[in-house]
Design a protein. Structure first.
Length: 271
């Protein structure tokens, strides 16, 4: 990852004209739900590496879109816009990998049932921890592998009501959004590899060189100071650059230089 952006002010209407294009981009990529896990069993144990590779294998993308499940339509529309306007490939986890709950259900039905209607509590805890760890590590690898990350900061993703931490920018009930934003802050920043003969502009590199569950509501404080603020008006300016591919990403970096990064330790604040 090289740059991360905090995009505010987006809604379904903004990218509505590109939603069909976005859906077409992902139509052939989403994995079919598996009804059995027999192919993963070896010596009476599930091959976790094979499960992770099949369900959460890495794909090549330029932009990782972090979003609330409720904002999937916005993310898909944005993916279509990025491709049509800039020739960039976006990554949306649920559109590429399918739903981890489908994998979890197939494992639970095979290994965790006590009878036709009841599951073993301890075994269900273990299966959930394994599947969620697979998904978490896969998300970390994808964020690391994408050059640019965009967080769709909407009311569905984050709220600023009754802050858990007075120094935070808001909070979320999604453990996945929380994990993704923490990853964006602590993951290594790397200079992108450009095509032969092309280098990023001085403005793009200056800051980098300086130091570069239903019924259960658990809240996580969010700190967004590692993300560059991005607004709809900035997207309009970016679109007017009429650039594509690597040049398009460089144009975005030039348009929105990265502010000085203040690292959070994500531990409980002293009060």
């Amino acid at each position: 990852m090289f740059r991360a952006f905090n995009l505010e002010g987006v809604n379904k209407e903004l990218f509505a004209n590109w939603k069909a294009s976005g859906e077409a981009r992902f139509a052939g990529e989403k994995l079919n739900v598996r009804n059995a896990i027999a192919s993963y069993i070896r010596n009476d144990a599930i091959n976790g590496l094979k499960v992770k590779g099949d369900w959460f294998g890495q794909v090549k993308a330029d932009v990782f879109i972090s979003h609330s499940h409720c904002d999937e339509a916005i993310a898909i529309g944005m993916a279509g816009w990025l491709h049509e306007r800039f020739g960039l490939t976006a990554f949306i986890d649920s559109c590429v990998w399918g739903h981890a709950n489908d994998l979890l259900r197939s494992i639970d039905n095979e290994y965790c049932k006590l009878n036709s209607t009841t599951y073993n509590y301890q075994l269900r805890n273990r299966s959930t921890s394994h599947v969620h760890m697979m998904l978490s590590t896969a998300l970390t690898h994808m964020i690391d592998g994408c050059e640019c990350v965009v967080f769709l900061n909407t009311p569905a993703a984050m709220t600023t009501d009754k802050l858990l931490d007075k120094d935070s920018d808001g909070q979320t009930s999604s453990p996945w959004i929380y994990a993704e934003l923490v990853t964006m802050q602590v993951i290594r920043r790397r200079e992108p590899v450009r095509s032969p003969g092309r280098r990023m502009t001085k403005a793009s590199m200056e800051r980098f060189n300086e130091g570069a569950m239903d019924g259960l509501d658990v809240q996580y404080p969010l700190y967004l100071n590692a993300l560059t603020p991005l607004a709809v008006k900035d997207l309009i300016k970016w679109e007017k650059t009429e650039t594509t591919g690597e040049e398009a990403l460089d144009a975005l970096y030039d348009l929105k230089p990265e502010p000085e990064l203040l690292r959070e330790d994500f531990t409980e604040s002293a009060r």
